[in-house]
Ligand binder design. Structure first.
Ligand code: ADP
Length: 542
């Protein structure tokens, strides 16, 4: 027997319709690419998104067609986002920090028909345009006054383009499993892979994000997503904030400490989200100028492990932290760390221990850890294995890739290695390809890196496994020092001694001028492995 409730497909544009109807005057504030701070509302974003849909339809864009955006976090980007999805086309957010050849590869793979971009990226696109045969036109997110001379095909200023529409348009309904958005993983190994979100997965993910132990903002909050829309839907915030009527502050192109601080302060932001590098810049700026943020309640931090010293620094300022883990394939929320029984009264180091884990999943994400053969491992907080996940907002396949990515229980292998404790708190110990396999045992490169950055002279640390004739692999610690600092190999190793198992101690320390990063700000270990491929440990006698 079936239930007797309404068919109400979970469609993304219903979110902005709700925001416009119930929270229509709620503000969306943008630091525009042109410079000034621009203020708009959910009602206006909704109305202009309808114009985008009308114009895309007139340009021949239909259900299932791909439209790319290469743009910063702005209100215009949000209008375009909902305008594309509202007609069942697919909003393909392209990460502008990728290498130009990767951008071209991705646009060609997705077969994007229109590219909507900020002024910032016009020069890059002009260089790539003759390699992008599927693109029929470029829309530049600016007005006629700021529109540059450009060789881009059928280029038009966004304001002129939607200025030709009257907004007399309605979004229809279609199957909630229709694709809504796509985002390519950065492809640090092999070609990038296209993750294809559906309307249903995005709406369910927004509900998960709205969970109080998750992002949990309300209509009384103000959220500043530093995390870009092109980084897994700004961790879902482009859906969750309008669904709750949360005021949005969009930082545009300026993500340095001073600019982010200024917006957090003047707009009385209560929630913000971004990667550790961004928070490092913010903290440095605040400490250098003795600044405070009395309105800020929560810093959500993910994408890479949040260092303990950073958690402490925010707590010391009376600001809460939420360490989050996830990935593009998970829309991206996987787990978030908050205090729950039996840790509610934890204080000092015990509290930091909990907040430093990657946390537990909201309803809608299932996880397990397994050995290499797929056998489940215990949740004892010590045993580490491959972290696998399942849920309605987790990928089951990649775009145009015809291979199964799920195990026999339907779980997706995240490529991360983790422990889980009896309360469901997960702790990432490594990427499976970065874990150091020494004499049949695993050593966590992340744990060693986190420890090494605690040394006062160390700016950044990376650990890679290097061939060893007896142990297969041993850890090599690669260190970039803070400007003006000096130290020795012995001093760093002495600092680490006693804080980890003896057999985890790096066999050597190498000093470098700079540590390479991926387009999403993670340490680029493939480049380091390449750089040190002929390195041999001085003590490596068999
Ligand atoms: P990319 O395209 O760089 O892979 P993702 O955002 O999809 O971008 O990266 C997901 C990966 O980032 C995860 O599988 C994990 O390895 C890492 N990651 C994300 N959040 C955390 C975190 N809080 N701690 C440690 N690693 C994290």
């Amino acid at each position: 027997m079936l239930g007797l409730m309404q068919d109400w497909p979970l469609l993304c544009h219903r979110i902005i319709e709700h925001a416009a109807t119930i929270h229509g005057s709620q503000e969306v504030v943008t630091r525009s690419v042109e410079g000034p701070i621009v203020r708009t509302t959910y009602r206006q974003i909704h109305d202009r998104a309808l114009k985008v849909s009308q114009k895309l339809t007139r340009d021949g864009i239909k259900l299932g067609d791909r439209v790319a955006t290469i743009a910063w976090n702005t209100a215009r980007h949000l209008e375009v986002w909902y305008g594309i999805m509202g007609i069942g086309a697919i909003c393909h957010t392209v990460n502008p920090r990728l290498f130009p050849e990767q951008i071209a590869w991705i646009i060609n793979h997705a077969q994007d028909r229109i590219v909507i971009t900020d002024l910032t990226f016009v020069p890059i696109l002009e260089k790539l345009a003759d390699k992008l045969p599927s693109v029929e036109r470029y829309v530049v997110l600016t007005d006629a006054a700021h529109m540059p001379q450009t060789t881009l095909k059928n280029a038009v200023a966004y304001e002129s383009w939607i200025g030709e529409a009257d907004g007399d348009f309605t979004w229809g309904t279609f199957d909630e499993n229709t694709a809504a958005a796509m985002c390519y993983t950065s492809g640090t190994t092999g070609d990038p892979k296209g993750v294809l979100y559906s309307h249903r997965s995005n709406v369910l993910h927004a509900l998960m994000a709205n969970n109080r132990d998750s992002l949990g903002t309300s209509a009384a909050d103000t959220m500043l997503p530093v995390v870009p829309l092109f980084h897994a839907n700004s961790w879902g915030i482009a859906f969750s904030a309008p669904s709750m009527g949360t005021k949005l502050v969009m930082p545009g192109p300026k993500l340095d400490g001073a600019s982010v601080y200024e917006l957090l302060d003047t707009e009385k932001v209560t929630y913000t989200a971004g990667v550790p590098t961004v928070w490092l810049m913010l903290l440095q700026h605040m400490q250098a100028h003795n600044l405070k943020l009395p309105h800020l309640k929560m810093v959500v931090c993910g994408g890479s492990a949040m260092p303990r010293s950073m958690i402490q620094a925010f707590l010391d300022m009376g600001i809460g932290v939420r360490h989050a883990w996830g990935m593009t394939e998970m829309s991206p929320i996987g787990t978030l760390a908050t205090l729950k029984p039996p840790f509610l009264d934890a204080a000092g180091d015990a509290k930091l221990d909990v907040l430093q884990t990657q946390g537990f999943p909201p309803f809608g994400v299932e996880m397990k850890i397994t050995d290499d053969a797929g056998a489940k491992l215990p949740w004892d907080g010590k045993t580490f294995g491959r972290l696998k996940v399942s849920g309605p907002a987790v990928s089951k396949a990649y775009f145009k890739v015809d291979s199964n990515i799920l195990d026999e229980e339907g779980f997706f292998d995240t490529g991360d290695v983790a422990t889980v404790d009896e309360h469901g708190f997960m702790r990432i110990t490594d990427r499976s390809k970065d874990v150091i396999k020494s004499g049949g045992e695993w050593i966590s490169s992340i744990d060693l890196e986190n420890l090494a950055v605690g040394h006062p002279a160390v700016a950044e640390a990376a650990v890679i496994g290097v061939y060893h004739p007896k142990w297969d692999e041993r850890p090599l610690l690669i260190v970039q020092l803070k400007p003006g600092q000096t130290t020795t190999r012995e001093d760093i190793l002495k600092y680490m001694e006693g804080k980890i198992a003896k057999w985890w101690m790096p066999d050597d320390v190498a000093f470098v001028d700079g540590i390479p990063h991926t387009a999403t700000g993670k340490i680029l270990k493939t480049a380091l492995r390449d750089q040190f491929k002929s390195y041999r440990f001085p003590n490596a006698a068999a």
